[in-house]
Design a protein around this ligand. Structure first.
Ligand code: UDP
Ligand code: MG
Length: 313
């Protein structure tokens, strides 16, 4: 190898005190060897309420390659990863969860795939998800299915944010204007050469999931109503469809009216029409509302996250 890459490892952490010591050990062990020019390990403390921050500060003071970004509050996983990408100095960056569900031992293979195949992105695809509840597996499966239908780029089913990106992708990412980010979708959207790397996803080593249903729904909503314009188009289709029904009903009513057939009061058809069109209108207004909310978010121009403290940079 002629020119070895300098690596950045990006690890978002939210209340991860239970798993951090093991994560740190395995990440540092995985970075041993002379297959890279050096590495920085960037931990983002996403407003943890446990001792995560003091553990991270300990690592930063004893290891010069460790850097810490401390958020002023919890801004969410996607914001934490974005911050890591914004701050990293590597030729290559690898994004990995703090809970060891994605194996750090894969770093070397990912870099090798970048070098050998000339890939700008090496994204992890989960072959198996061990130790996750059936509910999580089922919701995740449908989440990706629906998302692929709804958004403008299609992702491999079972990809998360565990991936390697090179400097070109990092720079392109830094140029993205939007504040609410759906990172895996954005990176897929960018193009470049993207290759998958397959692995079995392990159970979380310690602690509990930091992605409750509410956060999953928020991510899904960003992917759908922010990243994609399909729901807007679908509400137009729905509107046209209901308009057609409306026209047919009008013709029917007129024919009845003028044909002289004795008409019953017709409260049933009236009610059905009101309920049906009321529903259609609420759905489409709701969809439009989501987009307006997202526009509002962008227009306000607030940052995606606030860094309270930078250590080691
Ligand atoms: N995370 C974060 N902020 C949050 C929620 C999660 O930084 O608000 C981090 C968390 O510490 C972990 C990663 O995002 O490193 C993925 O979270 P988790 O493993 O709990 O999600 P799951 O694997 O259950 O979907
Ligand atoms: Mg996890």
């Amino acid at each position: 190898m002629s020119k070895l890459p300098y690596l950045s490892i990006i690890i978002p952490c939210f209340n991860e005190e239970e798993v951090l010591p093991q994560t740190f050990e395995r990440v540092m062990a995985a970075l041993q060897g002379d297959w890279h020019k050096g590495a920085e390990v960037i931990f983002i403390n996403d407003g943890s309420r446990d001792t995560t921050l003091s553990i991270l500060k300990g690592y930063a003071s004893s290891h010069k390659e460790v850097k810490v970004l401390n958020f002023s509050r919890n801004f969410g996983h996607q914001a934490a990863v974005s911050a890591g990408i914004h701050y990293c100095n590597g030729d290559l960056a690898i994004i990995i969860d703090a809970d060891l569900q994605d194996p750090p031992e894969l770093f070397k293979d990912m870099v090798a795939m970048h070098v050998e195949k000339g890939a700008n992105v090496v994204y992890g695809v989960r072959r198996e998800r061990k130790g996750e509840t059936w509910f999580k597996k089922l919701t995740a499966k449908w989440f990706y299915r629906i998302l692929n239908r709804m958004s403008d780029v299609s992702l491999d089913v079972d990809t998360g944010d565990f991936r390697l990106i090179d400097r070109k992708v990092i720079n392109a990412f830094k140029g993205l204007g939007e504040k609410n980010k759906y990172i895996r979708g954005l990176i897929a959207w960018m193009g470049f050469k993207q290759v998958p790397i397959y692995y079995d996803r392990d159970p979380r080593v310690a602690g509990e999931t930091k992605y409750p249903l509410s956060k999953m729904l928020k991510l899904a909503s960003i992917a759908m109503f922010y990243f994609s314009k399909k729901p807007l188009k679908m509400s137009i289709t729905l509107g046209v469809f209901s308009l057609l029904i409306g026209v047919i009903l009008t013709i029917y009513v007129l024919v009845i009216q003028f044909s002289g057939v004795a008409t019953t009061p017709g409260w049933a058809s009236t009610l059905i029409t009101i309920i049906f069109f009321g529903g259609v209108q609420l759905v489409t207004i709701g969809v439009t509302g989501e987009y307006i909310g997202n526009i509002l978010d962008e227009v306000k121009g607030r940052p995606q996250y606030i860094v309270e403290e930078e250590l080691g940079f």
